[in-house]
Structure formats: structure tokens, C-alpha cells
Design a protein around this ligand. Structure first.
Ligand code: CDP
Length: 843
């Protein structure tokens, strides 16, 4: 195939088995716009609100005689206008005709299982159906305690919780955060008046920790139960108990378990029905089941004739194949694995799209993944213009969590990025794995919601047949330490025995239980008898993984011991953790640069390497920043903030610099250094909340928020260097939380080898530093020259002897090999200080 041609039509593989012949005339898109008067006529026939919807805010779109004065129309639609328009959509959802059945079922039973195709309206409608029902009113128990009034709807993903709350508050014509709100980690947009509250399943666990009877709620809906996240599974087990105890108190809690695909009978038996008064049967009574029949149009499936190595190129080709073959409308949904892959593919498609003939409908490429800005995420739900085609490149969020309208073509890479416990490494890491057949079918189904569609599987039919039938629940694969700690902290009488007898839908295997308990023991969260310790109780209160909450508790202890020290280690540790707790890297990778910063005026043509070299030479001669490429400029800037020990302290440098700027300069700072401004705003918020948790749980002694300004000013004074002593203290706190398993010792050839829990490398694995780590930023020639002139401006200081004998890392990702993410250099002797029982030397 000819991929270098200028003419994009020939760059696309035609006639392959992947899709029918591209050249078929009958499939060619309709060319040119329909005659003006036709559009005019059509519009006149429709009712006014529909017309408004179609022409948007353009009041001059040829609806009336142009000579007749048109009264000015409001530019922005009011909430009630939008809400009214959405009512028609609501009524067309498959679930609409089932509302009275749903209401009566949950009136007569405390539990219920609701199954229906993705997009049938479960997540958006269930709350609205139940509002104002008698069982929603507040109740008072015999002991005088108030119960009820609110509906909780849990989601495994933050994106879904936020976007659902936005959608439902629009449907109801209310302000987000009032009647309808959401609560995800570090972001609570709801108040006491909230009646429908979308929250992540992790946040529900956190609420149970603070209010074991969930007294605020009348109904809890567990959505996407088939995803079987660890928190969903744990939540369901706990909710079963709460339903029972609230029934006894005569202040019932209703529990609805919802899903797209589910082993319905198994779930109904697990959730359990409501015994009739006087019934004492020991037999399991299943929860009532309500099924919403789905409307699915036929979807034609295509497989690749041979296995594919490069999914990115294959996906890009298929996108254009579909685009050339099928006329609009009909958007394309591509399932990819993670944000980096999505950004790469999106940029590739955007570039190729520039080469399309001008008469082809435009391609509007959109990304969809968890760490994307919510405003960006919301764009995928907006119906595009008929003259362009949306290409949505998504993680498996679009599989069942969110329904993107307008999709008729699906491209499925057959992979998913999942958290998996790596026994070899002893830690949990993100791993790209094959999807299950059930997932593949769900993905295919996304193409047939509105009309007949097509699904392109970028794998062979044989491969599909070999895929596992169902996706296994996370509880069988993930690190359970967090879940176990939550359980132990829930009630003081919960001991290892109750944890071991916990009624899981699918019990985690013995190996994972033992591993989780060992981790907690090593972190000092449990004592030798298996009871939760003071440290463990403190840790459980933070909405963070156990390793990270241990870092905070360690910093608190350190801070208590060194109260007089000017540099507060707890403050700095919280700052670093805040940077780590946002979805995504605050330091933007080059693939995302273009979006936030315009190309410099004198950008050289990337297709002309000769010319580029010449320019660079010129730049060196003049020693000015102006002629540098974007990459060189950003890189040179970043040398001011990088810390030679690695990512942890570099994050601290960035946050200190950012906070020391006035609000109106922070955005500019982010642009110059290519730091994500939206993420920095979140970091600020998380930092505030983590400090709040510390004060609440009496961890350390933090300065008051009112002193924050003073604090930033001293930070400026301290800038640019975090002292050597402080670097050591901070990194040691991180080591205490991360454990020996997150340390790798330097081996020959610049490689690293992980340590095992006994502190040797004999059974460790080889790991490399991920390209996104600042340890991979090389000092550019330009920078070297500049610093020579201006000694002291750069923070590229020399590290003391011994640094880098080992590294500590937050995460491991497996792609072509194992890569460590967020890495810092440490001295090997610290390991024996932090982990007293270890003998590292000589291994
Ligand atoms: O939960 P289920 O998958 O059954 O459906 P849903 O999420 O309630 O979606 C019902 C409809 O609302 C779909 O057509 C979605 O496209 C739309 N929706 C939306 O426009 N914006 C959202 N944030 C969520 C749903």
C-alpha cells in the first residue's frame, strides 16, 4: 500500500477483507448541499422548538421573510427550555414505559435487580422515577434518629458520575449541585438539599465508613454492577447488611442493582428478596427482577484476515475506510486502551484528515477518557452537524458507562487497560489485556442503537473465539489491601475472621487475601493478631490507596518529631501526593502540547529537515529563544523546574512555583512550561482537602489555610531549591508507604531490577524508567550553554554521592516491557533505615 502519497484516497487500503470494496458507487457520500429551498421548506414544516434546536442560536437562518423585523431571540436557552426539549428524548427511552412497574416493584420489595441494554435509560431515569414516591420521605426510627430523603446512584467511574449528574440536572431544569449533584473523590458538588446524588462506588464506601447505616439515603442504586469493580463488590456485600438492619429498625433502605449484562439469577439470589411478614424460611428468596427489552438494530461484523501488530495504524486506516465508504450521518466510535494511545491516534487521524479532498465531509475527532477535562468529555454528547462526522476515540468507558449518540460504526482494538496484581512484582500495575467475548459483543452493540451499523474487529475471528467468555471480577485480580482496610476500619469488632467470612459475590482467592493482609501488616496498619492499629485507623480515613495514606501518616510522625524545623515535611508530602492524585500527569506530554499553546511564529517546517538544521544553527549563534522550536523552548524552560532526584521533588518544585504566582499569572506559567492548568486547579483543591483530612484526624500540625499566602511567599523565598535534607525526608516518607516492592536497584547497563520483600534482587524483574519521567529529560545543548553563562539559575544541581544506586517508583506499566512511572533516585542505604529488617548489600 502507498502510505506516502499526497492523495489520501490512495493511502487507504481498498478491497481488503476488512471491509467491502471502497469504490462501490452506491456507497459514495452524497455530494454537495441540498438546494436551499428544500431546506427552507423542511424547516417551515417543523414546530418552532424543533427548529430552534436545529438552527441553534442563529435567528437569521432563513426561517422568515428577511425583510420582516425579527424580534431578538435570547442567545442562551434557559434551563426550563432545555429541560422541556429533553422531555421528548426521555419519553423515547425504552425504560420510559416501565416506570410504573419499577415504582411498584421497589415499593413492595426492599431490593430489586434491573437489567437493560446500555442506553435504555437506566442511569439517567431511575432517580427521576423514584423522586417523590412515598418511600422517599424522611422517617424517624424508634430511637428518634432521622433517616432517608435522598437517592444515591453509584458508578464505578468518576466521568460517568459527573456527566450523569450534569445530564439529569439539565433534564430536570435545575442547577447542578442542588436537587441533583455528584460526589467523587476530592470533588463534592452536592448539598443538604440534594435528592439525587451520583457518586463513585469508592465514595459510597467512604460514606459507610462515616455513617454505617447510610441514614441520609432512602434508596441506593448500584449501577454498572456487571463491571464488578472491587469497590462495587465490597459495597454490595455491605449494603446487604445495611438493608437488613434498617428493615429491623423499620426505616427501610431500598437497594436496586442495575446492569447491562449480568448473570441475573445469580445476582438476584445474592442480593436477596424481602421476606414476607412472619416468614422465617431459611431458603434464599431472590430479589425481584425487572428486564427492559432493548432495541438493537443489526450490526455487521468484520474481522481482520491476519493478526495485527500495530493497532494505531490499523485503526486509522479503518476510520478512513469507513469514512469513504459510508455517507454521513453515522459517527465512528473507536475503542482504544488508554489516554496516551488515544491522543496518539487522534493526532494521527487529525493530520491525515487534512489531506482529504475538500468535498469530503469533515472529520471531527474527539477523545474520551477518564482524565479528560469534564468540559471536553461533555462535547461527545453534543449531536454534530450533518455535514461532518464525529470520530470518538475512547477507552472502555464507552462500552457501557456512557452512551454516545449518533454512532453507527465501531472499531474495536480488542484490548483493555486494566489494573492487575502482578505476583512477580508484588504490586498492582496497569496492564493491557485481551477483552472478553462479552465485552466484544457490548462494543459491537454500540453501533446498532439508532440504525443498522458495522463493527470492525481489529483481530481475527479465530482470536475472538479464543477470548474468555466473560470478564472476570476485579476482586480476583486486584490488590485488596485498600478494601480489607476499609472493612477492618468499619467496625471495631471487625477482625480478620469477619473479613474472611465477608459475603462476597465471588470470594477473592486465598492468595490475594493473604497478600492484602501481609501488606497491611507491613504498613503497620494491623498488629500481629490481625487487629487494626492506630496507624491503620488513621490511614483508613484518607480517600487514598493504603500506600499513599501511609506516606501521609509517616510524614505526620516525622513532622511531630521535628516541630522546630522550618521546612514542614507534611506540607510538602501532601503537595506531592496532591500532584499524584489527579487523573493524569500534570506535566503534559508532547502529543498534547499543541492544544494549549500556539505554534511559535517561526516554527520550522517539520517536513524539511535541512531547513530546520540551518535555523537551529542560526539560533545557537544568536543565543536567543525566538528561533527555537516549540520542543526546544519548552524543554529549556523545564530545566528551571526539574529536580535531579526525579519526579517527586520536581512535582513539588512545580507546585511551589505555581502557587507563588498571582492567580492571573498561573495560566501563563502553565503554558510556558506545558503544565496542565485544569489539573493544577484540581491539585490545589485536593491539597486543601488532604490538609482538611489531616486536621480532622489529627495527623501532624499544619499551618491554617489563612496562613497559606504567607506560606507561598516563603516558598518563593525558598525557591528554587528544595534543600538536600528536605529531599531526603520527603523521599523517605514515600519509601515507608510504597514499601520495598516499589524499589529497584541499579543494575548493569543503566537498567534497574526490582527488590523483593526480603530485600534482594535475585527474583526481581528488570524495569526501565518510563519516557514520561523527568529523569528522561536530557539537558539540551542549548540549556547547557545557557547555564554556563548563568550559573545558579538552573536547578539542575549535582546530587550527593550515592543517589541513584536505587530508585523508588509509584507505578509500573507494561507495554513492550515493564516501565516505572513517577520515579525518584534514592540512596541504597536508606532502605535499611526505612525498613529495619532488611539486608540489602551483597545481593
Ligand atoms: O444507563 P443506560 O445505559 O441504560 O442509559 P443512560 O445512561 O440513562 O442513557 C440514556 C440516554 O441519555 C442515552 O441516549 C444517552 O446518550 C443520553 N445521555 C446523555 O446525553 N448525556 C449523558 N451524560 C448521559 C446520557
Amino acid at each position: 500500500e502507498n502510505t506516502n502519497s499526497d492523495n489520501s484516497a490512495t493511502t487507504i487500503e481498498s478491497g481488503s477483507k476488512l471491509s467491502p470494496d471502497l469504490q462501490t458507487d452506491s456507497h459514495k457520500p452524497q455530494q454537495g448541499a441540498p438546494p436551499q429551498n428544500k431546506v427552507f421548506k423542511n424547516l417551515q414544516l417543523k414546530d418552532k422548538s424543533k427548529v430552534q434546536q436545529e438552527v441553534g442560536n442563529d435567528s437569521t437562518a432563513g426561517l422568515v421573510d428577511p425583510l420582516t423585523p425579527v424580534p431578538p431571540k435570547p442567545l442562551i436557552k434557559s434551563k426550563s427550555q432545555i429541560s422541556q426539549e429533553l422531555q421528548t428524548v426521555r419519553k423515547s427511552l425504552p425504560i420510559w414505559s416501565f416506570q410504573s412497574e419499577i415504582r411498584t416493584t421497589i415499593r413492595d420489595s426492599d431490593t430489586m435487580v434491573l437489567v437493560g441494554e446500555t442506553g435504555s435509560g437506566k442511569s439517567t431515569q431511575i432517580g427521576q422515577f423514584l423522586l417523590n414516591q412515598p418511600y422517599m420521605s424522611k422517617m424517624i426510627s424508634a430511637s428518634g434518629k432521622k433517616y432517608g430523603g435522598c437517592i444515591a446512584i453509584t458508578q464505578p467511574r468518576r466521568v460517568a458520575a459527573i456527566s450523569l449528574a450534569q445530564r439529569v440536572s439539565s433534564e430536570m431544569g435545575t442547577t447542578l449541585g442542588k436537587e441533583v449533584g455528584y460526589c467523587v473523590r476530592f470533588d463534592n458538588v452536592s448539598d443538604a438539599s440534594t435528592k439525587i446524588r451520583y457518586l463513585t462506588d469508592g465514595m459510597l464506601l467512604n460514606e459507610i465508613l462515616h455513617d454505617p447505616e447510610l441514614s441520609r439515603y432512602s434508596v441506593v442504586v448500584v449501577d454498572e454492577a456487571h463491571e464488578r469493580s472491587v469497590s462495587t463488590d465490597l459495597g454490595m456485600g455491605l449494603l446487604k447488611g445495611i438493608v437488613e438492619s434498617r428493615r429491623k429498625e423499620k426505616v427501610p433502605l431500598k437497594l436496586i442493582v442495575m446492569s447491562a449484562t449480568l448473570d441475573v439469577e445469580k445476582m438476584a439470589n445474592y442480593v436477596g428478596g424481602t421476606p414476607k411478614p412472619g416468614e422465617t424460611s431459611e431458603e434464599v428468596i431472590p430479589a425481584p427482577i425487572c428486564r427492559i427489552p432493548g432495541k438493537i438494530f443489526p450490526v455487521e461484523v468484520f474481522y481482520t484476515p491476519v493478526s495485527i501488530d500495530n493497532f494505531q495504524t490499523a485503526a486509522a486506516k479503518t476510520i478512513f475506510q469507513v469514512h469513504y465508504q459510508y455517507p454521513c450521518p453515522g459517527d465512528i466510535l473507536v475503542f482504544s486502551t488508554g489516554s496516551e494511545e488515544i491522543e496518539e491516534l487522534a493526532s494521527m487521524v487529525e493530520e491525515l484528515a487534512l489531506q482529504m479532498e475538500p468535498d469530503k465531509p469533515k472529520l471531527n475527532v474527539m477523545r474520551l477518557y477518564a482524565s479528560l477535562d469534564p468540559v471536553e468529555q461533555q462535547k461527545v454528547f453534543v449531536k454534530g452537524s450533518p455535514k461532518e462526522r464525529k470520530v470518538i476515540i475512547s477507552t472502555n468507558i464507552a462500552e457501557t458507562s456512557v452512551t454516545v449518540p449518533g454512532v453507527r460504526h465501531v472499531i474495536d482494538c480488542g484490548k483493555v487497560k486494566m489494573k492487575r496484581f502482578r505476583h512477580q512484582l508484588g504490586i498492582e500495575s496497569l496492564l493491557v489485556t485481551d477483552i472478553s467475548q462479552a465485552s466484544a459483543q457490548q462494543r459491537k452493540g454500540r453501533a446498532g442503537r439508532e440504525a443498522a451499523g458495522t463493527c470492525y474487529r481489529l483481530y481475527t475471528e479465530g482470536h475472538f473465539k479464543r477470548l474468555q467468555k466473560d470478564t472476570e471480577p476485579d476482586i480476583l485480580h486486584c490488590d485488596l489491601a485498600g478494601a480489607m482496610l476499609t472493612l477492618l476500619a468499619m467496625k471495631s469488632e471487625h477482625s480478620m475472621t469477619t473479613v474472611n467470612n465477608f459475603p462476597f459475590l465471588d470470594g477473592p482467592n486465598h492468595q490475594s487475601r493473604v497478600k492484602a493482609l501481609t501488606t497491611l501488616l507491613e504498613l503497620g496498619a494491623l498488629d500481629n493478631k490481625g487487629n487494626i492499629t492506630k496507624v491503620g485507623t488513621k490511614m483508613s480515613k484518607f480517600p487514598l490507596p493504603p500506600a499513599q495514606s501511609r506516606v501521609i501518616v509517616a510524614a505526620g510522625e516525622e513532622e511531630e518529631q521535628n516541630k522546630k524545623s522550618e521546612e514542614n515535611v507534611l506540607v510538602d508530602v501532601i503537595d506531592v501526593l496532591s500532584c499524584l492524585s489527579v487523573d493524569g500527569n500534570i506535566i503534559l506530554q508532547p502529543t498534547r502540547w499543541r492544544k494549549t499553546l500556539a505554534e511559535p511564529k517561526k516554527e520550522v517546517d517539520p517536513l524539511l529537515p535541512q531547513k530546520k538544521k540551518k535555523k537551529r544553527k542560526h539560533a545557537d549563534d544568536e543565543d536567543s529563544d525566538e528561533d527555537l522550536t516549540l520542543e526546544e523552548r519548552v524543554h529549556s524552560k523545564r530545566m528551571d523546574i526539574v529536580h535531579p532526584s526525579g519526579d517527586h521533588i520536581t512535582y513539588l518544585n512545580i507546585l511551589r512555583r505555581y502557587l507563588s504566582k498571582r492567580a492571573n499569572e498561573q495560566k501563563k506559567f502553565c503554558q510556558e512550561y506545558q503544565i496542565s492548568y485544569p489539573l493544577m486547579r484540581k491539585v490545589e483543591n485536593i491539597r486543601k482537602q488532604l490538609r482538611g483530612y489531616c486536621r480532622l484526624d489529627k495527623v501532624g500540625d499544619l499551618p491554617r489555610d489563612s496562613e497559606m499566602k504567607y506560606e507561598s511567599d516563603t516558598m518563593v523565598a525558598r525557591y528554587p531549591r528544595v534543600s538536600q535534607e528536605q529531599t531526603e525526608k520527603i523521599l523517605k516518607c514515600f519509601m515507608a508507604g510504597l514499601g520495598v516492592e516499589n524499589i529497584a536497584k541499579r543494575a548493569k547497563g543503566g537498567k534497574y531490577r526490582t527488590l523483593t520483600s526480603s530485600g534482594n534482587t535475585s527474583s526481581g524483574v528488570d524495569v526501565s524508567v518510563h519516557p514520561s519521567s523527568c529523569l528522561m529529560w536530557e539537558r539540551s545543548e542549548h540549556e547547557a550553554k545557557r547555564t554556563k553563562k548563568d550559573e545558579g539559575r538552573s536547578s539542575w544541581q549535582r546530587l550527593p554521592e550515592g543517589f541513584g544506586e536505587a530508585v523508588m517508583y509509584q507505578d509500573v506499566v507494561w507495554t513492550s516491557k515493564a516501565f516505572m512511572k513517577c520515579v525518584s533516585k534514592i540512596r541504597l542505604e536508606w532502605t535499611t533505615e526505612v525498613f529495619e529488617d532488611l539486608t540489602i548489600y551483597g545481593t
